[in-house]
Design a protein around this ligand. Structure first.
Ligand SMILES: [Zn+2]
Length: 501
């Protein structure tokens, strides 16, 4: 006796599109056969999916909920995020720890897991590793060095050695936690920032190399926010001097080279160390070319792009609403966008994420002085966790990607890349019964009132987009989170997903 049978639907995976019946028991797929061919149809419930499309539940591998960015916290928590995600056909997601400089990594993991417990989706997190040395320790060492160089005295020499030892101890304390994060906490993926020095988030390259080596030796993969910090800071100062601070100058301030240099550098490190790497949010043609060439040389590099880079170009930063389209890395040109689509097609880029960070217009405008446009001031980031489904349906409708590729880029590949496959991202006997059902004839719209973000969000940046294909049922481990287009607030809670690569 099964718990649920989903029959007569057109099942679409990365490999096939075919009418299949799916039998579910104890939250897992017990059997999946051609329509009418299951061995038995005894089930507590039979769900008729005639006329509908049935796909493996989407996996969102890059999002930020309740993340303190530059002192501003977004308006979502994991309850509201679950609702938006479920309406967007997602059944499991991966966020990040909110590690601060000096935090122990296992503590940061436990803290984040607690925050995520209210999720109705299954959840996991990447371990964010920020600057390993607190600015206080770094300053002490710098001062001690200046003093010793000036005096040359034995006493100052001793003080310098002590300060350096403190710095080294702090670094080693963090690095030594990495194997435990991978093996005991079951979190094999990390995120490092190559920029945001002033926010004390950027990691020194020397420590980065050490971290990559340790992760490699313990079955982990390091991921990167790849932007060259020096170029960003240098240009920012220059642009300020020249009075070029309106929204539209931001993409130019962090031009293509800013990303491409950082990508190139990490690829060099990975090649030298034979270490696996991952790039979050790739935006430029130059980066795509570098990644493609590295993959051809045998470097183990995987990369993603995000839906907003595929939908928008930097023209969106012009005018008063330009503030709503600020994100890092910034929007690019049509040429870059074409390169991203091409890279998704030929497999250079493996998946599409949302990088969701939901801020209100009010939050973004709060730091402006007398409303004067200044791209250095607002918090960056855009929503997308709910819209990603429809945006990529738009891509299918407009011939950007084939139907089966949709499933690959949004479900199968995220699960494979991040150590969840075939439990997630697959419709195979033994897989978790994570299933998304949509009506291919109904149009999904992305106006503010069509979405389910908290009330205070005043806008949708995607309101010009719509596509055929509306999510009607989102099933997580056999349980309907969304049924007939309505989210079930009383569904059971999600589970933490242990991952190994
Ligand atoms: Zn991000």
């Amino acid at each position: 006796m099964y718990d649920l049978i989903i029959k007569n639907g057109l099942v679409i995976t990365s490999e096939y599109s075919s009418y299949m019946d799916i039998a579910i028991k104890d939250g897992k797929i017990a059997d999946i056969k051609e329509k009418g061919k299951l061995e038995n149809y005894e089930s507590k419930e039979i769900f008729d999916a005639s006329g509908k499309h049935v796909i493996p539940g989407l996996v969102e591998p890059h999002m930020h909920i309740k993340a303190p960015l530059g002192g501003v916290v977004d308006i979502m928590d994991f309850d509201t995020a679950s609702e938006c995600a479920a309406y967007g056909g997602i059944t499991s997601y991966i966020d990040f720890t909110s590690t601060l400089p000096g935090d122990s990594l296992p503590d940061a993991v436990e803290y984040r897991k607690k925050e995520m417990e209210i999720s109705t989706l299954d959840y996991a997190c990447h371990c964010k590793v920020v600057n390993l040395v607190s600015s206080e320790l770094a300053a002490q060492a710098a001062i001690a060095e200046v003093r010793y160089k000036a005096s040359g005295s034995e006493e100052d020499k001793k003080k310098l050695e002590e300060a350096e030892k403190k710095v080294n101890d702090a670094v080693q304390a963090r690095l030594s936690e990495i194997p435990g994060i991978i093996k005991e906490k079951k979190i094999p993926t990390f995120k490092f920032f190559m920029t945001y020095r002033k926010a004390n988030v950027m990691i020194d390259d020397t420590y980065l190399l050490q971290a990559m080596e340790i992760a490699r030796d313990n079955g982990g993969r390091c991921g990167f926010h790849a932007e060259n910090n020096a170029i960003a800071e240098f240009n920012e100062a220059k642009f300020a001097e020249e009075g070029k601070l309106d929204w539209e100058y931001f993409p130019e301030c962090k031009g293509n080279i800013c990303e491409a240099e950082a990508v190139n550098r990490v690829i060099s490190y990975a090649e030298m160390l034979k270490a696996p790497i991952y790039f979050f949010h790739i935006t430029t043609k130059e980066s795509v070319d570098l990644i493609r060439a590295a993959q051809k040389r045998g470097v183990d590099v995987i990369a993603e792009t995000c839906s907003h880079y595929l939908m928008f170009t930097k023209d969106k930063n012009k005018g008063n609403d330009g503030i709503l389209y600020l994100m890092s890395p910034p929007l690019r040109t049509r040429k870059d966008q074409d390169a991203l689509w091409e890279a998704l097609k030929d497999g250079t880029l493996s998946l599409v994420s949302s990088d969701n960070c939901t801020f209100t217009r009010k939050q973004k405008e709060a730091p402006l002085v007398n409303g004067v446009h200044d791209f250095r001031k607002p918090i960056s980031g855009v929503s997308g966790i709910e819209e990603r489904f429809t945006l990529m349906r738009w891509a299918v409708e407009n011939g950007k990607i084939p139907e089966n590729e949709f499933v690959k880029l949004l479900s199968e590949n995220p699960a494979k890349v991040f150590g969840l496959y075939p439990k997630k991202g697959a419709l195979l006997p033994g897989s978790d019964a994570d299933i998304t059902i949509y009506d291919p004839e109904k149009t999904s719209y992305l106006k503010k009132e069509d979405l389910h973000y908290p009330e205070e969000l005043e806008y949708s940046i995607y309101e010009e987009f719509s596509a055929k294909g509306k999510v009607e049922d989102t099933i997580r481990r056999g349980e309907f989170l969304v049924r007939d287009g309505i989210y079930n607030r009383n569904s059971s809670k999600g589970r933490f997903m242990e991952r190994t690569l």
